[in-house]
Design a protein around this ligand. Structure first.
Ligand code: NAP
Ligand code: GCO
Length: 265
């Protein structure tokens, strides 16, 4: 077997929340090895922006408006995709939100919102595509986890609970559907420069670097933030035949953060 073991030629890949950011970087990489790209976003405005970006990059993507927390809307979207593009061979549960609020100041409603998008939605979307994957003889599911699947941090209790839960949902899908030739793995990105993390990189009023920016670069052996394109290779691997024996694994793409104690003073 040669390089074709990484080919996604003829495969339909659904990437949620992929108008920009990490999802977009993953979609671009998958398209470059032959996948047909389907994405969704919660607002028409972002789907339109996403479609324009894909077109500018020479990618013929299909975009749908869908709130991934709404089970009826997700079921309807998956039916449409099957009719208009084909059965989803690869699902990337990427859409996600974060609320950085100290736990005792966070309302139960805010906690639920994060769990809803970051944990319930991957359950809902996976559940919608698995039956057709089984009928077709297999499929790949990639859940976008986080450093917070392993580590805690002040202010991100809901996010850490959701991403820790997503790690276990990944292992459970692997356990439950491995015998149907479905591989479900996670990618745990480190700190990636996207709109979600923009507040952590904002320059201070005096022009100096945000303290969190300095902290995270000191915790990353490479000494820098990663970019969405750097998740492309690992995602292609987990979507391709090359990873058919990899199941229930979380691949941390963190520039080494989890291996490092941090820069010594
Ligand atoms: P982002 O820039 O905020 O993009 C997230 C996307 O998800 C946006 O397009 C957003 O749409 C969409 N979305 C949110 N709620 C949705 C819903 N209910 N239905 C459909 N789409 C929805 O985030 P990102 O940084 O690329 O992160 C992508 C994933 O990676 C998330 O799961 C995040 O937790 C995870 N992650 C990020 C980092 C990082 O450092 N950036 C690190 C580890 C893990 P709108 O813009 O319309 O709201
Ligand atoms: C935060 C960050 C993180 C990262 C990422 C780490 O506030 O700590 O936003 O949650 O985005 O998920 O892997």
């Amino acid at each position: 077997m040669g390089i074709e073991m990484f080919s996604l030629e003829g495969k339909v890949a659904l990437i949620t929340g992929a108008s920009y950011g990490i999802g977009y970087g993953i979609a671009k990489a998958m398209a470059s090895v032959g996948a047909k790209i389907v994405f969704c976003d919660i607002k028409q405005e972002f789907v339109d922006k996403g479609l324009a970006s894909y077109e500018a990059d020479g990618i013929d993507a299909h975009g749908y408006v869908c709130d991934v927390t709404n089970e009826a809307a997700v079921q309807e979207m998956v039916k449409k995709i099957e009719a208009e593009v084909g059965v989803v061979d690869i699902l990337v549960n990427n859409a996600g939100i974060i609320k950085r609020i100290p736990m005792c100041d966070m309302t139960a409603e805010e906690f639920r919102q994060v769990i809803d998008v970051d944990l319930n939605a991957p359950f809902i979307v996976s559940k919608a595509v698995i039956p057709s994957m089984i009928e077709k003889g297999g499929g790949k599911i990639i859940n976008i986890c986080s450093m917070m699947s392993e580590l805690g941090r002040e202010t991100v209790s809901a996010y850490a609970a959701a991403k820790g839960g997503l790690k276990m949902l990944t292992r459970n899908i692997c356990s439950e559907y491995g015998d149907k030739n479905i591989q479900c793995n996670g990618i745990g990105p480190g700190y990636i420069a996207t709109p979600q993390t923009a507040p952590l990189r904002e320059k201070q009023p005096d022009g100096s670097r945000h303290p969190f920016d300095q902290f995270i670069c000191g915790r990353t052996p490479a000494g820098r933030w990663l970019n969405p394109d750097e998740l492309g290779g690992p995602a292609v691997f987990l979507a391709s035949k090359a990873s058919d024996a990899v199941n229930g694994h979380i691949l941390y793409v963190d520039g080494g953060i989890l291996a490092y104690i941090g820069k010594q003073p």
